[in-house]
Design a binder for this molecule. Structure first.
Ligand SMILES: Nc1ncnc2c1ncn2[C@@H]1O[C@H](COP(=O)(O)OP(=O)(O)O)[C@@H](O)[C@H]1O
Ligand SMILES: [Mg+2]
Length: 259
């Protein structure tokens, strides 16, 4: 459903992604792990064209883009963006909008939905992330975990084909991270396609079916997450995973293998 093939991206002549190829099946969750600076965020940003690769191919549902060093057309960028939702480490809610207003924004502004329909959809999504009673709250009145759940509802508003999450729990204390993990795990069970860059093995082990280990812009190892996290084949992956030192605690949700 998403195919990235031989993606190359550099900044100021320094290669950051080196012929990276990743496929993500519809309804599956893919974790991107790897040390800081390995290219995880850049790769996610290439999927929604916040960064444009210099070479390679992106297939997103019916859209195929071959990168040749030129910027894709604004129409192609729009089509790709509409099929992706993005969740950031630091939430990035609009501070001057309520939780409800944040979730409604893209429906009103981008999709031009009528107010009542957008409100109903936004309330359903806030309910889905367990925040129906916070619809009228301002971001500053919400905990970090609640803000991130609003951000997830906002990213889902336009029914994207894929949810891209960049370190969604990294700014949160463990208890608040858990409520975000539970929401993402529920979305995974419902078949939401997701790509999640994370340092958090608890998150990755809870929701990811597949995992890719990146280092210095290259895929070091890939495989089913249960195997990659518990029996990494590459010494580099082993070292990285043990350096995280965040084993999965008892009681955390665990990803179910795809039927
Ligand atoms: N906009 C940018 N301009 C210049 N260098 C960048 C930019 N974005 C990322 N980089 C560099 O690209 C590399 C990969 O960064 P990033 O994708 O953020 O890695 P990760 O998310 O795995 O920590 C790093 O060396 C980073 O400094
Ligand atoms: Mg990053």
């Amino acid at each position: 459903m998403i195919h990235l093939s031989a993606i190359e991206k550099s900044f100021g002549g320094v290669p950051v992604l080196k012929r990276v190829s990743i496929s993500v099946a519809e309804g599956s969750v893919t974790a991107l792990i790897g040390p800081s600076g390995s290219g995880k965020s850049t790769l996610l940003r290439c999927v929604n064209l916040l960064e444009v690769p210099e070479a390679g191919t992106l297939v997103l549902d019916k859209e195929t883009l071959h990168f040749t060093g030129q910027k894709p057309s604004p129409a192609a960028i729009r089509r790709v963006r509409r099929q992706t939702g993005m969740v950031f480490q630091n939430f990035q809610l609009f501070p001057h909008r309520t939780a409800l207003g944040n979730v409604m924004e893209s429906l009103l502004v981008v999709l031009k939905w009528p107010e009542a329909k957008a409100r109903q959809r936004a309330l359903e999504l806030l309910d889905k992330v367990g925040l129906a009673e916070k619809a009228q709250a301002w971001p500053a009145q919400l905990s970090g975990g609640q803000q991130q759940r609003v951000a997830i509802a906002r990213a889902l508003a336009s029914s994207p084909r894929v949810l891209l999450c960049d370190e969604p729990t990294s700014a949160l204390d463990p208890e608040l991270a858990l409520e975000v993990v539970e929401v993402l795990a529920q979305l995974a069970r419902e078949g939401t396609t997701m790509m999640i860059a994370t340092h958090d093995l608890r998150l990755a082990a809870s929701v990811a079916h597949e995992a890719f280990m990146l280092e210095a812009g290259e895929v070091v190892e890939a495989g089913p997450s249960a195997e990659l996290f518990t029996h990494p084949r590459k010494e580099r992956t082993q070292r990285f995973i043990s350096s995280l030192g965040n084993d999965v605690p008892a009681g955390w949700p665990t990803a179910k293998a795809e039927a």
